[in-house]
Ligand binder design. Structure first.
Ligand code: UDP
Length: 239
């Protein structure tokens, strides 16, 4: 699919328009940022790994009956997706305390949560993506209540299905962030699903296999992305 205008360039991806108004090309870059852009760097070949991993996850979730923006992979760094009007809400789902939740609730990182936690953040870089709830969304008109319900339903389904997918591959799904958008009125899962947006820990060693290696200068960043890609593209033999 031919690219026409560049629609948007973000921290990790470039979105291009195509001759078909309904379809966009997402190009995955190697650049990485953390702490709302305060830390910048490059993870060699990250764009290739994240394009591939997102495709694997989107195809799997489609197979489980979820609707996503993913259409097909075009090449190493590009996928074709449906155009969404992105809802300005970031949805975080958590199974184990880590990152900002561990800090906010004074929990040791790695503390299992007794039940799944779903959080909503206002997608607004200038404000540093503040934590919000359904009342804020309604009061400010960020989305319709039935859209929020649908987003939450899908996010919890993603958690269940991804957990089932990753478990036999020796990966614990600690937490992740999703973005959703509207396509002809329908709520679809958008953005990406990758070690940039998820926390993946090795089940046995608890080693971090995600962007925390970059955020916290742990080293072995590219190797961790490569390892996740290898595990999710290798058959599990029904384990
Ligand atoms: N996350 C993300 N983008 C953000 C903030 C968080 O993809 O702008 C992901 C992050 O990788 C983790 C989950 O959402 O998997 C929860 O992140 P948390 O709130 O703990 O924030 P962080 O510790 O990353 O600042």
């Amino acid at each position: 699919m031919e690219k026409t205008n560049k629609l948007y360039e973000g921290k990790a991806k470039i979105v291009h328009e195509t001759p078909d108004h309904d379809l966009l090309v997402v190009e995955y870059k190697d650049s990485a940022t953390a702490f709302n852009g305060a830390k910048k760097g490059t993870i060699h070949n990250k764009g290739i790994y994240n394009n591939r991993m997102s495709a694997v996850f989107f195809e799997y979730l489609e197979g489980r009956g979820l609707k996503t923006h993913y259409v097909k992979t075009l090449n190493d760094r590009e996928m074709l997706v449906k155009r969404l009007r992105i809802l300005p809400i970031e949805v975080v789902v958590r199974n184990v305390a880590a990152g900002s939740l561990a800090k906010r609730l004074g929990l040791d990182e790695g503390t299992p949560l007794r039940s799944t936690v779903l959080e909503l953040y206002y997608k607004n870089d200038a404000l540093g993506d503040p934590l919000i709830n359904e009342y804020h969304i309604k009061a400010v008109g960020l989305a319709e209540p039935d859209q929020v319900r649908e987003v939450e339903r899908q996010a919890l389904a993603v958690n269940e299905y991804l957990g089932e997918f990753l478990s036999p591959r020796g990966i614990d799904l600690i937490d992740f962030k999703l973005e959703f958008g509207l396509h002809h009125g329908q709520v679809l899962l958008g953005d990406e699903i990758s070690p940039d947006t998820c926390r993946f820990w090795d089940r046995t060693t608890k080693e971090k296999l995600d962007k925390d290696r970059f955020r916290r200068d742990l080293g072995g960043v590219e190797e961790a992305y490569q390892e996740v890609l290898k595990r999710i593209t290798t058959a599990t033999g029904g384990r």
